[in-house]
Design a protein. Structure first.
Length: 313
Protein backbone atom coordinates (compact mmCIF):
# COMPACT_ATOMS: atom_id res chain seq x y z
CA UNK A 1 0.00 0.00 0.00
CA UNK A 2 2.83 2.41 0.83
CA UNK A 3 4.40 1.79 -2.57
CA UNK A 4 1.07 2.28 -4.33
CA UNK A 5 0.35 5.59 -2.57
CA UNK A 6 3.84 6.90 -3.31
CA UNK A 7 3.41 6.01 -6.97
CA UNK A 8 0.16 7.98 -6.95
CA UNK A 9 2.00 11.07 -5.68
CA UNK A 10 1.09 10.99 -2.01
CA UNK A 11 3.39 11.76 0.89
CA UNK A 12 3.23 8.74 3.17
CA UNK A 13 3.82 8.28 6.90
CA UNK A 14 4.12 4.58 7.76
CA UNK A 15 3.43 3.74 11.41
CA UNK A 16 4.33 0.27 12.67
CA UNK A 17 5.45 -1.36 15.92
CA UNK A 18 7.05 -4.25 13.94
CA UNK A 19 5.25 -6.84 16.07
CA UNK A 20 4.78 -8.92 12.94
CA UNK A 21 6.34 -6.64 10.31
CA UNK A 22 9.91 -6.19 9.11
CA UNK A 23 11.71 -3.03 8.06
CA UNK A 24 13.17 -4.95 5.12
CA UNK A 25 9.72 -4.79 3.51
CA UNK A 26 10.04 -1.01 3.17
CA UNK A 27 13.81 -0.80 2.77
CA UNK A 28 13.41 0.29 -0.85
CA UNK A 29 11.17 3.20 0.23
CA UNK A 30 13.27 4.68 3.05
CA UNK A 31 15.35 6.89 0.75
CA UNK A 32 12.30 8.51 -0.82
CA UNK A 33 11.71 12.09 0.43
CA UNK A 34 7.93 11.60 0.36
CA UNK A 35 8.14 8.63 2.75
CA UNK A 36 8.58 8.55 6.52
CA UNK A 37 8.70 5.55 8.85
CA UNK A 38 7.75 5.90 12.52
CA UNK A 39 8.28 3.03 14.99
CA UNK A 40 5.17 3.34 17.14
CA UNK A 41 2.37 1.27 18.66
CA UNK A 42 -1.10 2.38 17.57
CA UNK A 43 -2.39 1.60 21.08
CA UNK A 44 -0.76 4.91 22.04
CA UNK A 45 -2.08 8.08 20.39
CA UNK A 46 0.08 9.52 17.64
CA UNK A 47 -0.29 12.92 15.97
CA UNK A 48 2.16 13.79 13.18
CA UNK A 49 1.03 17.42 13.47
CA UNK A 50 0.82 17.78 9.72
CA UNK A 51 -2.35 17.83 7.61
CA UNK A 52 -3.55 14.28 7.03
CA UNK A 53 -5.87 13.52 4.09
CA UNK A 54 -6.26 9.75 4.36
CA UNK A 55 -5.65 7.14 7.06
CA UNK A 56 -5.37 3.39 6.47
CA UNK A 57 -5.75 1.30 9.61
CA UNK A 58 -4.15 -2.10 8.97
CA UNK A 59 -2.87 -2.44 12.54
CA UNK A 60 -3.31 -5.92 14.04
CA UNK A 61 -1.67 -9.33 13.75
CA UNK A 62 -3.72 -11.28 11.22
CA UNK A 63 -2.76 -14.93 11.65
CA UNK A 64 -3.87 -17.12 14.60
CA UNK A 65 -0.34 -17.86 15.95
CA UNK A 66 0.43 -14.15 16.09
CA UNK A 67 -2.84 -12.76 17.42
CA UNK A 68 -3.22 -15.61 19.95
CA UNK A 69 0.32 -15.06 21.27
CA UNK A 70 -0.96 -12.04 23.22
CA UNK A 71 -4.75 -11.88 22.90
CA UNK A 72 -5.06 -8.90 25.25
CA UNK A 73 -2.62 -6.92 23.10
CA UNK A 74 -4.58 -7.96 20.02
CA UNK A 75 -7.84 -6.68 21.46
CA UNK A 76 -6.18 -3.43 22.56
CA UNK A 77 -4.77 -2.94 19.07
CA UNK A 78 -8.21 -3.34 17.53
CA UNK A 79 -10.09 -1.18 20.02
CA UNK A 80 -7.66 1.46 21.29
CA UNK A 81 -5.99 1.64 17.89
CA UNK A 82 -9.32 2.30 16.17
CA UNK A 83 -10.24 5.00 18.70
CA UNK A 84 -6.87 6.75 18.36
CA UNK A 85 -6.99 6.78 14.58
CA UNK A 86 -10.63 7.85 14.47
CA UNK A 87 -9.77 10.75 16.77
CA UNK A 88 -6.92 11.64 14.42
CA UNK A 89 -9.31 11.51 11.45
CA UNK A 90 -11.73 13.71 13.35
CA UNK A 91 -9.04 16.31 14.07
CA UNK A 92 -7.87 16.58 10.46
CA UNK A 93 -11.21 15.80 8.77
CA UNK A 94 -9.44 12.91 7.05
CA UNK A 95 -10.96 9.98 5.23
CA UNK A 96 -10.18 6.76 7.10
CA UNK A 97 -10.11 3.11 5.97
CA UNK A 98 -10.61 0.24 8.39
CA UNK A 99 -9.06 -3.09 7.42
CA UNK A 100 -11.76 -5.33 8.79
CA UNK A 101 -11.84 -9.03 8.06
CA UNK A 102 -13.85 -12.00 6.90
CA UNK A 103 -13.36 -13.25 10.47
CA UNK A 104 -16.28 -11.02 11.53
CA UNK A 105 -18.45 -13.76 9.97
CA UNK A 106 -16.92 -16.39 12.27
CA UNK A 107 -17.76 -19.97 11.29
CA UNK A 108 -20.47 -18.88 8.86
CA UNK A 109 -23.87 -20.51 8.53
CA UNK A 110 -24.42 -18.55 5.31
CA UNK A 111 -22.37 -19.30 2.19
CA UNK A 112 -20.98 -17.40 0.39
CA UNK A 113 -20.92 -14.56 2.89
CA UNK A 114 -22.76 -11.32 2.08
CA UNK A 115 -22.18 -8.06 3.93
CA UNK A 116 -25.70 -8.32 5.38
CA UNK A 117 -24.78 -11.50 7.27
CA UNK A 118 -24.24 -10.81 10.98
CA UNK A 119 -21.95 -13.78 11.52
CA UNK A 120 -21.56 -16.78 13.81
CA UNK A 121 -18.76 -15.87 16.21
CA UNK A 122 -17.80 -17.46 19.52
CA UNK A 123 -17.27 -14.42 21.79
CA UNK A 124 -15.17 -16.35 24.34
CA UNK A 125 -13.13 -18.64 22.09
CA UNK A 126 -9.39 -18.57 21.42
CA UNK A 127 -9.95 -16.68 18.16
CA UNK A 128 -12.31 -14.09 19.63
CA UNK A 129 -9.58 -11.56 20.46
CA UNK A 130 -9.27 -11.07 16.70
CA UNK A 131 -12.82 -11.80 15.53
CA UNK A 132 -14.54 -9.73 18.21
CA UNK A 133 -11.79 -7.12 18.19
CA UNK A 134 -12.42 -6.44 14.51
CA UNK A 135 -16.19 -6.46 15.06
CA UNK A 136 -15.76 -3.89 17.84
CA UNK A 137 -13.58 -1.76 15.56
CA UNK A 138 -16.35 -1.76 12.95
CA UNK A 139 -18.80 -0.65 15.64
CA UNK A 140 -16.51 2.22 16.61
CA UNK A 141 -16.13 3.32 13.00
CA UNK A 142 -19.86 3.48 12.45
CA UNK A 143 -20.46 5.18 15.81
CA UNK A 144 -17.91 7.87 14.90
CA UNK A 145 -19.55 8.19 11.48
CA UNK A 146 -23.01 8.68 12.97
CA UNK A 147 -21.88 10.85 15.90
CA UNK A 148 -19.19 13.01 14.31
CA UNK A 149 -19.63 12.65 10.56
CA UNK A 150 -16.21 11.01 10.09
CA UNK A 151 -15.54 9.94 6.50
CA UNK A 152 -15.18 6.17 6.92
CA UNK A 153 -14.59 3.25 4.57
CA UNK A 154 -14.80 -0.30 5.97
CA UNK A 155 -13.46 -3.22 3.94
CA UNK A 156 -13.83 -6.84 5.07
CA UNK A 157 -10.65 -8.47 3.79
CA UNK A 158 -10.63 -12.18 2.97
CA UNK A 159 -7.48 -14.35 2.81
CA UNK A 160 -4.73 -12.40 1.09
CA UNK A 161 -1.23 -13.54 0.17
CA UNK A 162 1.83 -12.56 -1.82
CA UNK A 163 5.51 -11.59 -1.58
CA UNK A 164 6.78 -9.96 1.64
CA UNK A 165 4.83 -12.25 3.96
CA UNK A 166 6.82 -13.51 6.93
CA UNK A 167 7.94 -17.11 6.44
CA UNK A 168 6.71 -17.71 10.01
CA UNK A 169 3.43 -15.96 9.27
CA UNK A 170 1.31 -18.93 10.27
CA UNK A 171 -1.30 -18.59 7.53
CA UNK A 172 -2.01 -21.42 5.18
CA UNK A 173 -0.37 -20.16 1.97
CA UNK A 174 2.94 -19.29 3.63
CA UNK A 175 2.87 -22.50 5.70
CA UNK A 176 2.32 -24.71 2.66
CA UNK A 177 4.93 -22.96 0.50
CA UNK A 178 7.63 -23.09 3.17
CA UNK A 179 6.93 -26.74 3.95
CA UNK A 180 6.95 -27.62 0.25
CA UNK A 181 10.23 -25.79 -0.39
CA UNK A 182 11.79 -27.75 2.48
CA UNK A 183 10.23 -30.99 1.16
CA UNK A 184 8.64 -31.41 4.58
CA UNK A 185 5.16 -32.88 5.07
CA UNK A 186 2.44 -30.32 4.40
CA UNK A 187 0.21 -30.11 7.45
CA UNK A 188 -3.52 -29.81 6.88
CA UNK A 189 -5.73 -29.27 9.92
CA UNK A 190 -8.94 -31.25 9.70
CA UNK A 191 -9.81 -33.50 6.78
CA UNK A 192 -8.83 -30.92 4.16
CA UNK A 193 -12.36 -30.34 2.90
CA UNK A 194 -12.64 -26.91 4.54
CA UNK A 195 -12.47 -24.09 2.01
CA UNK A 196 -10.95 -20.64 1.68
CA UNK A 197 -10.67 -18.04 -1.07
CA UNK A 198 -7.26 -16.55 -1.83
CA UNK A 199 -6.75 -12.98 -3.05
CA UNK A 200 -3.38 -11.85 -4.40
CA UNK A 201 -2.06 -8.72 -2.70
CA UNK A 202 -2.13 -6.41 -5.75
CA UNK A 203 -5.79 -7.23 -6.35
CA UNK A 204 -6.58 -6.33 -2.75
CA UNK A 205 -4.75 -2.99 -3.00
CA UNK A 206 -6.70 -2.19 -6.18
CA UNK A 207 -9.93 -2.88 -4.30
CA UNK A 208 -9.00 -0.72 -1.32
CA UNK A 209 -7.98 2.21 -3.49
CA UNK A 210 -11.23 1.90 -5.45
CA UNK A 211 -13.17 1.91 -2.17
CA UNK A 212 -11.39 5.08 -1.02
CA UNK A 213 -12.47 6.84 -4.22
CA UNK A 214 -16.19 6.16 -3.72
CA UNK A 215 -18.55 8.97 -2.64
CA UNK A 216 -18.54 9.88 1.06
CA UNK A 217 -22.04 8.47 1.42
CA UNK A 218 -20.72 4.96 0.67
CA UNK A 219 -19.14 3.66 3.86
CA UNK A 220 -19.22 -0.09 3.44
CA UNK A 221 -18.77 -2.56 4.97
CA UNK A 222 -17.80 -4.24 1.74
CA UNK A 223 -16.23 -7.63 1.06
CA UNK A 224 -12.78 -7.52 -0.55
CA UNK A 225 -11.55 -10.93 -1.62
CA UNK A 226 -11.37 -13.46 -4.40
CA UNK A 227 -14.58 -15.41 -4.94
CA UNK A 228 -12.68 -18.47 -6.18
CA UNK A 229 -13.07 -21.19 -3.53
CA UNK A 230 -10.54 -23.97 -2.90
CA UNK A 231 -10.28 -26.78 -0.39
CA UNK A 232 -7.13 -27.09 1.68
CA UNK A 233 -6.24 -30.26 -0.21
CA UNK A 234 -6.56 -28.43 -3.54
CA UNK A 235 -4.30 -25.63 -2.30
CA UNK A 236 -1.70 -28.10 -1.00
CA UNK A 237 -1.67 -29.95 -4.32
CA UNK A 238 -1.20 -26.70 -6.26
CA UNK A 239 1.69 -25.63 -4.03
CA UNK A 240 3.39 -29.03 -4.40
CA UNK A 241 2.94 -28.76 -8.18
CA UNK A 242 4.45 -25.28 -8.56
CA UNK A 243 7.29 -25.89 -6.09
CA UNK A 244 8.04 -29.27 -7.71
CA UNK A 245 8.18 -30.61 -4.17
CA UNK A 246 8.35 -34.15 -2.88
CA UNK A 247 6.28 -33.21 0.17
CA UNK A 248 3.53 -35.53 1.36
CA UNK A 249 0.32 -34.34 3.01
CA UNK A 250 -0.43 -35.10 6.67
CA UNK A 251 -3.61 -34.38 8.59
CA UNK A 252 -3.85 -32.98 12.12
CA UNK A 253 -6.85 -32.13 14.34
CA UNK A 254 -8.80 -29.01 13.40
CA UNK A 255 -8.22 -26.08 15.84
CA UNK A 256 -11.10 -24.76 17.93
CA UNK A 257 -13.57 -22.47 16.11
CA UNK A 258 -11.75 -22.82 12.78
CA UNK A 259 -14.28 -21.94 10.02
CA UNK A 260 -15.30 -24.79 7.72
CA UNK A 261 -16.12 -22.55 4.77
CA UNK A 262 -15.06 -19.04 3.82
CA UNK A 263 -15.85 -17.32 0.53
CA UNK A 264 -16.95 -13.74 -0.19
CA UNK A 265 -19.95 -12.59 -2.12
CA UNK A 266 -18.40 -9.64 -4.00
CA UNK A 267 -21.53 -8.48 -5.82
CA UNK A 268 -21.41 -5.07 -4.10
CA UNK A 269 -17.70 -4.62 -4.87
CA UNK A 270 -18.32 -5.35 -8.55
CA UNK A 271 -21.18 -2.84 -8.65
CA UNK A 272 -19.88 -0.03 -6.43
CA UNK A 273 -16.13 -0.28 -7.11
CA UNK A 274 -16.16 -1.79 -10.60
CA UNK A 275 -13.66 -4.19 -9.09
CA UNK A 276 -13.02 -7.89 -9.05
CA UNK A 277 -9.74 -9.83 -8.68
CA UNK A 278 -7.83 -10.65 -11.85
CA UNK A 279 -4.89 -12.75 -10.55
CA UNK A 280 -5.64 -16.47 -10.49
CA UNK A 281 -4.41 -18.68 -7.66
CA UNK A 282 -1.91 -20.36 -9.99
CA UNK A 283 -0.54 -16.99 -11.14
CA UNK A 284 -0.35 -15.72 -7.58
CA UNK A 285 1.48 -18.80 -6.32
CA UNK A 286 4.02 -18.58 -9.15
CA UNK A 287 4.70 -14.95 -8.19
CA UNK A 288 4.93 -15.70 -4.46
CA UNK A 289 7.03 -18.88 -4.34
CA UNK A 290 10.32 -17.24 -5.51
CA UNK A 291 10.09 -14.75 -2.64
CA UNK A 292 9.90 -17.51 -0.02
CA UNK A 293 12.65 -19.37 -1.85
CA UNK A 294 14.90 -16.33 -1.43
CA UNK A 295 14.14 -16.16 2.30
CA UNK A 296 14.97 -19.81 2.84
CA UNK A 297 18.20 -19.49 0.86
CA UNK A 298 19.45 -16.80 3.25
CA UNK A 299 22.25 -18.15 5.40
CA UNK A 300 21.33 -16.34 8.61
CA UNK A 301 18.90 -13.78 10.02
CA UNK A 302 21.22 -10.89 9.24
CA UNK A 303 21.42 -11.88 5.63
CA UNK A 304 17.67 -12.44 5.54
CA UNK A 305 16.97 -8.95 6.87
CA UNK A 306 19.11 -7.48 4.11
CA UNK A 307 17.26 -9.18 1.28
CA UNK A 308 15.65 -6.66 -1.02
CA UNK A 309 11.97 -7.59 -1.32
CA UNK A 310 10.88 -8.82 -4.72
CA UNK A 311 8.33 -6.85 -6.67
CA UNK A 312 4.77 -8.07 -6.22
CA UNK A 313 4.04 -8.99 -9.82
Amino acid sequence: MCKRLLNEGYEVICLDNLYTGNVSNIQHLLNKPQFSFVLHDVIDYFDPEVKIDEIYNFACPASPPHYQRDPVQTMKTNVFGAINLLDLAKKYEAKIFQASTSEVYGDPLEHPQKETYWGNVNPIGIRSCYDEGKRCAETLFFDYYRRYGIKIKVGRIFNTYGPQMDKEDGRVVSNFIVQALKNEPITIYGDGSQTRSFCYVTDLIDGIRALMETPESFTGPINLGNAGEFTMIELAEKVIQWVHSSSSIVFLPLPSDDPKKRCPDITIAKKMLNWSPVVTLDEGLRATIPYFESLLNATDDKTEDAIKPLEAA
